[in-house]
Ligand binder design. Structure first.
Ligand SMILES: [Zn+2]
Ligand SMILES: [Zn+2]
Length: 828
């Protein structure tokens, strides 16, 4: 069999007949399947990528055969820092570099036989695409969803740009795990993601996403209920958020964020040097990250007035408070908060107990850690003796009645910083005029095209192109300058999935009607690392576009699947590690169907899997064995009923397992069926044989499409199997009794292995097993099927007997223990 010839032949036919291109069809139910669009790296695809796309392609082919009108597009996340850096290193231009990489990707993906609608391709660096990024940016600006402000931002010196909070992990850059984030104060553009905090959180539970991802998003958005209490500092009002108003009488210091814009106003002359030294040391500005840092601080010299006790409380600056959280200041109660306790011990600040256990006393002098359990209030004036849960309500009411505070909610989610001081991204469509200030580029002047001529390595590259920078103010026609920052590329990926619905539209980002037909994405496939980045931004974008009237759905991705990683030698495949297997190598040697089958068979798609050459080899053998069946046989028909029953049962289980992404189990069942057909070739009548071959080809085709098309044509079918109807299992033909027997057989094997394990004989050589069956039917079935499953257990010899056989070998009378469905077992 010439795999290469077969593969090329069918890929050409598919392309020529455009069989995977789709249009809206109101009469047909749609299904939108999508893999996260890849960043085209210069090294091309490796088998890890091939696995991801094979998962998506298999599922898509299955849905298509089930009669859905399936949209399955591919595109490229082609803007971004990695491409810019790689191009600079290669002394090339990012555009040239990226476009070459995209070409390689397309060529490789086509060779793998994926059923994409190539007519819908898009690349985010294409001005026809990023024009709409700019358009949406301006729409957001018009509607108060974009703003510019001077803010403390995360800066990575290796990326040479500011980053979003989502891109800082444990105080380091998400791309550079060895690089500490610095804080810079810059004028930056922000997207108001926080406008949707509430909805982003509420709607998570409706999504059919992995629970892990849902939990991560919930935690990132981080809603908490609490009370805002008004403290006074230097006569000015400072509302401070707390979830523990019951501890207000135990506040012994306040902490202001190190990034607070008004921090220096609170710092007295005497303390200035200490504070400045601290600020130099402080790294991240994201809340989640801060929880992991060693707490550090310095006294500002200022005092806050506690509204209930009227005490003067020292204000510290600390590295564990976010500037935008509440007012950027928190009240600290060291006796009842471990973080505050450690800070107080470190800086020798008094500790005051205000909650104690109901039945015992608590002394601030002897406690070795904060008391965080519930209890009753002490040292809290009229609230003394009150249960602290009740005190949360009562103290809040008390504060509200005196206008000293109010009930409120807080989120951890911050607005999205989108300005990047790098070249390879969408230019932000803004002009700065000395007279008119910030002026948006008029819609008719879009796109603001990214100029090709820039200098790298001298700060912001766009600033080096004078023709780009110097422009005319659209309002007063005077001299003006363009914004030189570009957009975070997560902006590009926040709506690309809608553009696929209408990718050639030059008049608008997409036609609403088309988006209404195809969206939302029914099945999205991609890595779990996007939980708190792309998957939050895309949800925000969808909601914003809905409220601006562009779309009419609430959520972009109904169902999400996270694939596992492909490893080799215990490590994830990567070019830098040098453990990469290339799809080309496999298709040269075994054909791409073998590669696909192996990738989907070895492990459940959501689990990590290890590459193995033996696995590839056995996949190859299976495909060869399957292909050999295509020479039709005319047998005596003795096994017809058995095969038909087995076949229909397999169709039933395969259908269910593909739908649940248990591809490995589906393949295992098909292999078993093929093995039976192979074994009983001479005992199957011609009609049943042909019908069986047809039905196997259909259910195998999502996994190994080329060989199935070929076999389909060899049994004189004139259609594409890829467009055929998925077979429905005929339940009436399934022999339930036979299935029961089979179950029993499998159970017996499991028992055998279990007994072996217990006896710890597994590694010993020459062990023998004797089985005693109650009925002849069991015995027969066991004998019939033994050779198929030999590899599953480690016995050298297995001899089955009937219980009533007088001549059986049974020195320990184990036959007496046999029951129907559970044979007696003797080992030696
Ligand atoms: Zn970096
Ligand atoms: Zn102007």
């Amino acid at each position: 069999m010439d795999f290469k010839k077969i593969e090329t032949k069918w890929q050409k036919k598919w392309e020529k007949e455009k069989i995977f291109e789709v249009k809206e069809d109101q009469k047909k139910k749609k299904f939108y399947c999508l893999e996260m669009y890849p960043y085209p790296s210069a090294s091309g695809l490796h088998m890890g990528h091939a696995r991801n796309y094979s998962i998506g392609d298999c599922y898509t082919r299955f849905k298509r055969m089930q009669g859905f009108n399936v949209l399955y597009p591919m595109g490229y996340d082609s803007f971004g820092l990695p491409a810019e850096n790689a191009a600079i290193a290669a002394k090339s231009h990012p555009k040239k570099f990226t476009e070459a990489a995209i070409k390689t990707y397309i060529k490789q993906q086509k060779k793998l036989g994926f059923s994409y609608d190539w007519n819908r391709i898009l690349s985010s660096h294409d001005p026809e695409y990023y024009k709409w990024n700019q358009y949406f940016f301006l729409k957001f600006l018009e509607n108060g969803l974009v703003y510019r402000k001077l803010a403390p931002v995360n800066w990575c010196s290796k990326c040479d740009t500011a980053l979003a909070n989502e891109q800082v992990h444990s105080g380091k850059c998400w791309r550079h795990k060895d690089t500490d984030i610095e804080i810079k104060h810059l004028n930056q553009w922000f997207i108001k993601t926080t406008k949707y905090s509430e909805e982003l959180l509420d709607k998570i539970d409706n999504l059919q996403w992995p629970e892990k991802i849902k939990a991560m998003q919930k935690n990132w958005i981080g809603k908490s209920y609490g009370t805002e209490i008004n403290f006074k500092i230097n006569g000015e009002n400072w509302p401070v958020f707390t979830t523990r108003p019951d501890t207000i009488f135990g506040v012994t210091f306040m902490v202001i964020s190190a990034q607070h814009p008004k921090l220096m106003k609170l710092v007295t002359k005497e303390e200035k040097k200490n504070v400045e030294e601290l600020l130099k040391k402080i790294k991240s500005v994201s809340e989640v990250e801060m929880e992991e840092l060693e707490k550090e601080g310095a006294f500002t010299g200022s005092y806050a007035l506690n509204p209930l006790t009227k005490e003067k409380i020292p204000v510290y600056v600390g590295n564990f408070v976010v500037a935008e959280y509440g007012s950027g200041m928190v009240m600290a109660v060291p006796a009842h908060d471990q973080r505050d306790f450690e800070f107080a011990k470190k800086y020798k600040i008094p500790i005051k107990v205000v909650i104690k256990p109901e039945k015992s006393e608590l002394d601030y002098k002897t406690i070795s850690r904060a008391y965080t359990d519930d209890g009753v209030l002490v040292n809290s004036k009229e609230f003394d003796g009150m249960n602290n849960k009740k005190a949360i309500e009562e103290i809040t009411k008390y504060l509200e009645s005196r206008k000293l505070g109010k009930k409120t909610t807080q989120f951890k989610l911050r607005d999205w910083l989108v300005s990047r001081q790098r070249y390879w991204g969408t230019p932000i469509p803004i002009i700065y005029c000395e007279k008119c200030g910030v002026v948006p580029v008029p819609e008719k002047d879009l796109p603001v095209v990214l100029p090709e001529k820039v200098k790298f390595g001298q700060g912001n590259p766009l600033a080096t192109n004078k023709e780009f920078v110097n422009t005319i103010c659209p309002k007063c026609k005077g001299k003006a300058k363009r914004e030189t920052d570009t957009m975070d590329t997560f902006f590009d990926s926040s709506w690309y999935f809608i553009r696929y619905c209408d990718n050639k539209n030059t008049k608008e980002p997409f036609e609403k009607k088309k988006s209404e037909y195809w969206m939302p994405v029914d099945q999205y496939i991609g890595g779990a690392e996007h939980a708190c980045m792309h998957l939050i931004y895309a949800r925000f974008f969808t909601k914003a576009l809905r409220d601006l009237g562009f779309v009419s759905f609430d959520e972009p991705f109904t169902r999400l699947f996270n694939q596992g990683l492909l490893q080799m030698g215990g490590f994830v495949m990567s070019k830098s590690r040098g453990n990469v297997v290339l799809p080309d190598t496999i298709s040269e040697k075994y054909g791409i169907d073998t590669g696909r089958l192996f990738l989907l068979f070895v492990a459940s798609p959501d689990k990590d899997m290890e590459w193995s050459d033996e696995g590839v080899e056995s996949s190859y053998k299976f495909i060869t064995r399957f292909y050999e069946l295509s020479t039709l046989k005319n047998g005596n028909g003795k096994k017809d009923n058995f095969i038909v029953s087995k076949r229909e049962a397999t169709i039933k289980s395969v259908t269910q397992n593909i739908d649940e992404f248990k591809f490995n189990i589906a393949i295992k069942d098909i292999i078993e069926l093929v093995n039976y057909v192979h074994k009983y070739r001479d005992q199957i009548s011609k009609t049943v044989y042909k019908e069986t071959l047809e039905r196997i080809s259909l259910i195998l085709s999502p996994f190994t499409p080329h060989i199935c098309e070929e076999l389909w044509s060899k049994i004189e079918k004139k259609t594409f199997i890829s467009l055929e109807k998925w077979p429905e299992a005929d339940e009436n033909k399934i022999d339930k009794k036979a299935l029961e027997l089979e179950e029993m057989f499998k159970k017996t094997l499991e028992d055998l292995n279990h007994v072996l394990k217990l006896a710890k004989l597994k590694l010993a050589k020459g062990e023998k097993a004797y089985l005693y069956f109650v009925t002849e039917k069991e015995l027969e079935y066991f004998k019939d099927n033994l050779e198929f499953t030999k590899q599953q257990f480690t016995f050298k010899e297995i001899t089955p007997f009937l219980v009533k056989d007088h001549k059986k070998y049974d020195p320990q009378n184990k036959a007496s223990k046999a029951k129907y469905g559970k044979p007696g077992i003797y080992l030696e």
